[in-house]
Design a protein around this ligand. Structure first.
Ligand SMILES: O=C(O)COP(=O)(O)O
Ligand SMILES: [Mg+2]
Length: 308
């Protein structure tokens, strides 16, 4: 999967201005683009303000399922950035939409076993779908099949689906129970996102994909992934806003999710920033695994810094 042109580095005022003029809508990945954990990256706020002042539309599209959209509005606010729930799409929300609309789980009847944090169960709850597992603190206790409270009365027969995502409090108890549910006939397996790694300040850590794939290996079942590059996420965005794809740019830090999402979605542009997962060398390298970005920059804030 390659695009024919060589990526353009946003390194001068003229290129930064040309980049801004080309698009009306910007879709932003979050981890590695806006922030690394609780560390906001330089000139991000200024760049977002600049876009708002120029009348551009902005959406946030993150593969991070640890927080719900409601919780994300608070994270944005803690950085002094205005973002409404309608502007935020997470892979946890995408997974919840998938089980409701595609798997057609019945609220009040079907339940979901969650491997992951509160961002998945909170989105399910808003849809009236009950979940088990997730952040239940009893899963942090060491696992013994004889005494686990999740096994003592047998598995819950109402569970028809497993959703798995990033869990920074991963435990053997969680892995074991998730496997137990996946071993049940007919239980569907949904993964939030395939990201192998997760960027934090000064560290590249294990990502959701590393955990989901470990469960998949044990279960011998393949998950359906709902986050980027799955186009359902882009279609959901297109269904809530007027999206002129040719004047829309996807901004991300990962080639096989973010850049692929933008390219396969026929967006007018893609911008890879080097503050997260990828390097300049990889940005410029042609590969069959992922597309090359249209633009790349050392950091998102360069768009603001070069034009001011
Ligand atoms: O949580 C992840 O794996 C990555 O999240 P991101 O899409 O905001 O970079
Ligand atoms: Mg990212």
């Amino acid at each position: 999967m390659t695009t024919s042109t060589i990526p353009i580095k946003i390194s001068t005022k003229a290129i930064a201005q040309e980049f801004l003029d080309k698009y009306d809508t910007f879709l932003f990945d979050c981890d590695g683009v806006l922030w690394l954990g609780s560390h906001l990256l330089p000139s991000v706020k200024e760049t977002l303000n600049l876009l708002e002042e120029s009348g551009k539309k902005v959406m946030f599209v993150t593969n991070n399922s640890t927080k719900s959209r409601a919780a994300y509005t608070k994270k944005f606010a803690s950085f002094g950035i205005k973002a409404t729930q309608e502007q935020i799409f997470t892979s946890g929300y995408a997974a919840a939409v998938y089980v409701r609309d595609f798997l057609q789980l019945t609220p009040g009847k079907d339940k979901v076993w969650v491997f992951g944090e509160t961002g998945i169960s909170e989105e399910l709850k808003l849809m009236g779908i009950d979940s088990l597992g997730g952040a239940d603190p009893r899963l942090l206790e060491s696992f013994d099949p004889e005494t686990s409270p999740f096994l003592k009365d047998g598995l819950d027969p109402a569970v028809t689906c497993v959703i798995a995502g990033l869990d920074t409090k991963i435990s053997y108890h969680k892995l074991a129970m998730t496997l137990k549910y996946l071993q049940q006939d007919g239980v569907k397996f949904v993964g939030t996102n395939v990201d192998s790694t997760f960027p934090q300040k000064g560290h590249i850590l294990p990502g959701a994909g590393s955990m989901v794939e470990s469960i998949a290996f044990a279960a011998g079942k393949k998950p359906v992934y709902c986050g980027k590059p799955n186009q359902n996420m882009l279609n959901s965005i297109a269904s809530v806003m007027d999206l002129d794809r040719s004047r829309t740019c996807m901004v991300g830090d990962r080639l096989n999710t973010d850049m692929r999402f933008g390219t396969e979605g026929n967006l007018g542009g893609t911008l890879l920033v080097l503050t997260g997962i990828e390097t300049e060398e990889r940005a410029l390298q042609k590969s069959d695994e992922y597309p090359t970005p249209k633009y790349y920059a050392e950091k998102l804030g360069d768009v603001y810094e070069l034009t001011h």
